[in-house]
Design a protein around this ligand. Structure first.
Ligand SMILES: *Cc1c(COP(=O)(O)O)cnc(C)c1O
Length: 445
């Protein structure tokens, strides 16, 4: 066993970073990121995000036309925030300590169109692709009313092009729905762990689904290679897409506005802790980038991964990013949290946002099912298992030695009564009722 992972063998990694042993034993843990606060590599800029915000603004009339559920919000695809006091009480009782501050939920499970966080990045990249094709063909100008894109003539135009994506499920759903609505031919390369109902729904929406017996990294690889053979095909690369990243990042200013409207302060005396479920890392890293723009040092972002698939943690800890997989460390990537069942992190996410992330923690699957059920029982919201990961955040932060260190180091120990804890409920809006009930039942087993 002297295979090298980067410049060290497994034994050398365990000696250099004692937490590696705990990770390999699949323990639930919190790891603080030593790179937090380092300089930005400049891969993504404020301007990139502003550009994405402007583009989504141009598309509002189109979105309001083709997706009536966005009409009331004027074509904005955004989710509500909720205060979850009953859940907070439950978590305090479960941990045997009071969870101080205010616990809130960012309900991306209720995002219009596709019911998951992928409605941010995924839909954005498809819209950007469509806009560029139409502008390059002299069919559209930025000053036009984009509602015209809903016309049959545009659908016919887009049908000459295709969009492909590799997905554990939700990214494929978002892209399949928007791609098909615009008129694109859409192919979704699905990993083995993708739920059957997601595949069925995509086929119903008119997307072409290719299934693989292997995991997510393989589905992406195959998709990327097949798409490369076709010059009229745009491949949405979840392991390396800046467009996805900035689409997610637009969440920052949106959340800032929501907090402002609800009179919830985020400042030196009222820090904000955000807990983001993490798969390849593109979604949570993009959101974190946007949150840092909106709230600066007053927001603290923690990523949450399954104990069997902490790929982003390992990418950051080793500094190897996408050159490491959980299998290198003897982990199997087996988790019921299909959105997080990812063995290898995104190449872009760690480089563009690694310095913005306060830490990563891991949770066991049993906890995800328990919290899915608890959220339904206490607050009456349905989410999917992946989306429950962030609910572990307050306990992990307030109850662990690493969390206490973090609070002390950043002079936050005295402020915990005035903290807002926000768990990002990343998906579940499209899960059929029978699957919801099966998830719920699994918690009681
Ligand atoms: C995709 C997804 C995530 C994580 O996003 P990544 O970009 O893969 O890190 C979290 N939760 C749900 C429900 C998802 O679908």
């Amino acid at each position: 066993m002297d295979k090298r992972i980067g410049d060290k063998t497994l034994v050398e990694w365990e000696q250099a970073e004692p937490i590696v042993k705990e990770i390999r034993e699949k323990r639930e843990l919190l790891w603080l990121n030593p790179r937090y606060g380092e300089r930005d590599a400049g891969l993504v800029t404020t301007r990139d995000v502003a550009d994405a915000e402007a583009r989504l603004h141009r598309f509002k009339p189109y979105l309001a036309t083709v997706f009536p559920e966005t009409e009331q919000a004027g074509g904005l695809i955004e989710s509500p925030i909720y205060t979850t006091a009953k859940l907070q009480t439950f978590l305090g009782e479960e941990a045997g300590t009071r969870i101080s501050g205010r616990l809130m939920m960012k309900a991306d499970s209720e995002l219009p169109v596709s019911g998951s966080i992928k409605a941010r990045g995924g839909i954005y990249e498809v819209l950007k692709t469509a806009e560029k094709l139409a502008i390059d063909a002299d069919l559209l100008r930025e000053s036009d009313d984009y509602a015209m894109l809903a016309a049959d003539s545009f659908k016919q135009f887009f049908s000459r092009y295709s969009i492909a994506v590799g997905s554990t499920g939700n990214l494929g759903l978002s892209i399949g729905i928007v791609g098909a609505t615009l008129g694109f031919q859409t192919t979704v390369h699905m990993s083995a762990d993708a739920s059957a109902w997601k595949k069925a729904l995509l086929r119903k929406k008119g997307a072409f689904v290719k299934e693989y017996a292997a995991d997510y990294s393989v589905a992406i690889l195959e998709g990327r290679e097949q798409a490369a053979l076709d010059p009229r095909c745009h491949f949405i690369d979840d392991e390396n897409s800046k467009d996805l990243f900035v689409g997610y990042a637009t969440a920052g200013n949106r959340l800032k506005k929501q907090f402002y409207e609800q009179g919830i302060p985020v400042d030196a005396d009222h820090p904000l802790f955000v807990y983001l479920p993490c798969g390849v890392g593109g979604g949570p890293a993009g959101v974190t980038f946007g949150l840092k723009q909106a709230f600066g040092k007053y927001v603290h972002a923690f990523f949450v991964e399954p104990t069997h698939a902490p790929c982003f943690l390992l990418g950051l800890l080793t500094g190897l990013n996408d050159r490491v997989t959980v299998r290198d460390f003897g982990l199997d990537n087996r988790t019921a949290a299909d959105g997080l069942a990812v063995p290898r992190p995104s190449a872009l996410a760690g480089k563009a946002a690694g310095h913005l992330i306060s830490g990563c923690f891991t949770v066991a699957d049993a906890r995800l099912f328990r919290y899915l059920k608890t959220l339904k029982d206490t607050e009456n919201h349905w989410i999917e298992p992946s989306a429950a990961a962030g609910i572990a955040g307050p306990q992990m932060l307030l109850g662990s030695a690493a969390g206490k260190n973090y609070l002390e180091k950043h002079h936050l120990t005295e402020k915990t009564a005035d903290v807002t804890h926000l768990f990002w409920a990343t998906g579940g809006g499209m899960v059929p009722q029978t699957n919801r009930e099966a998830y719920y039942a699994q918690a009681s087993r």
